[in-house]
Design a protein around this ligand. Structure first.
Ligand code: SF4
Ligand code: SF4
Length: 390
């Protein structure tokens, strides 16, 4: 099959980089970045190989590669690149480009390319959810319970519709990535055995939840001369706090819905309420360290973050903060202010879900899929009957 070359590929990826400063044309393929990358040992060498693909316009191969998502953005490669080609930023920009290309609506491209596009998509979603919620808003006294002001059933109905739409969008995006990957396996004659899929899935989920690869990456396994950071400040621990806190809040919300009537009052020590509050605080800790580190890094020219890098953690932090404030307002009524905070929290939480397949948040989907595909395509070949007997 003829290979399709996209001569504009590098330019397109560049638009997804921070401030448009990304330039990997200086790369002369020395391989330093591969040597220092803590995660490149079991493949043919990323990030150098990915840069080469972009330089020669191999878009399909780049978008089919699970290596793109096996990088955890530690920045080791950038620090040792003799040409200041910034391979870590290249990997991040290419992931953002891939999210845009996997999405069929075109919204991910708009949201990831520029701050204006990102804010426009956010504003449109916020307006839609705001109008939908306002349609059923009740006129109540400032001291009335929060769910008298916004009916729980109505929030639930919008939430279910939202999850269906976002779920379909996520499935299409992941399917787009998978079909590219499968076509690539066909070209390389790599067999994908269905029987090896459950094991690959378990391995990928364990990796993702336990941060096993991230620990190797962020603890600088191949650069041991670096002083280790305190445990709770290590990038993988901070990421685990954000993810674990988020999952705890998600579990609390889901169980709350399943185990009791929507919006019915509970004591502060009700287990689901406690789980949500603790999850929120843990998540906020992780986000504060993450954003502080990003702020500090932005003083270094080649460590600048794109708007999309800032937007997702800030949106998550705003959602958690308004959620915690709404919980306080549930026990110690804050008057009309409590109602406004609750309204804002519900809109932000819906924005967060709606933007899942379109923004940096999508790494949750694509990284997990990439880890699965990697484990699947590298599963040991099945024993033949003759080998088994021997
Ligand atoms: S990105 Fe830098 S370190 Fe990596 S191959 Fe290119 S020049 Fe070498
Ligand atoms: S950022 Fe870290 S994990 Fe990613 S390619 Fe560079 S060294 Fe490897």
């Amino acid at each position: 099959m003829a290979r399709i070359v996209n001569t504009q590929l590098l330019q397109k990826i560049k638009r997804h980089g921070a401030g448009g400063t990304l330039d990997v044309s200086a790369c002369f393929n020395c391989g330093n970045c591969v040597a220092v990358c803590p995660l490149a040992e079991d493949s043919a060498g990323f990030p150098r190989r990915m840069i080469r693909m972009a330089q020669v316009g191999m878009e399909q191969e780049l978008l089919a590669s699970e290596d793109l998502w096996r990088c955890y953005a530690c920045g080791e490669c950038t620090e040792t690149c003799p040409r200041q080609a910034d391979p870590a930023a290249f990997m991040a920009a290419t992931r953002s480009y891939a999210i845009a290309r996997y999405d069929f609506t075109g919204l991910a491209g708009l949201a990831n390319r520029s701050a204006a596009g990102n804010l426009a998509v956010f504003a449109v979603f916020s307006a839609i959810f705001g109008v939908l919620l306002a349609a059923k808003q009740q006129a109540v006294a400032p001291s009335a319970p929060l769910f008298n002001f916004l009916p729980g059933e109505w929030i639930h109905h919008i939430g279910v519709a939202l999850f269906v739409v976002v779920g379909l969008s996520a499935v299409f995006g992941m399917l787009s990535m998978f079909l590219r990957f499968r076509a690539q396996c066909g070209r390389k004659a790599v067999a994908l055995r269905l029987s090896a899929l459950p094991g690959a899935l378990v391995q990928a989920l364990t990796d993702a939840l336990m941060h096993t690869r991230f620990q190797r990456c962020a603890d600088g396994e191949r650069t041991p001369a670096k002083p280790a950071e305190p445990l709770l400040k290590r990038p993988w621990a901070v990421h685990a706090a954000v993810m674990g806190g988020f999952l705890a809040m998600l579990a609390a919300t889901t169980l709350d819905y399943l185990l009791k009537p929507i919006g019915s009052p509970v004591a502060p020590w009700y287990p689901m309420r406690l789980l949500g509050a603790i999850g929120g605080l843990v998540c906020l800790y992780g986000l504060a360290v993450m954003l502080g580190r990003r702020w500090k890094a932005s003083e270094v020219p080649w460590k600048k973050s794109s708007f999309a890098d800032w937007f997702f953690p800030l949106l998550l932090a705003a959602t958690v903060l308004t959620g915690l404030a709404a919980e306080v307002a549930d026990y110690a009524p804050l008057g009309a202010f409590g109602h406004i905070v609750f309204f804002a929290h519900v809109v932000l939480a819906m924005d967060l879900v709606a933007l899942l397949p379109l923004t940096k948040f999508a790494h949750v989907l694509y990284r997990t899929l990439a880890l699965t595909l990697f484990a699947w395509s590298h599963a040991p070949a099945a024993e033949t009957a003759a080998e088994a007997e021997a």
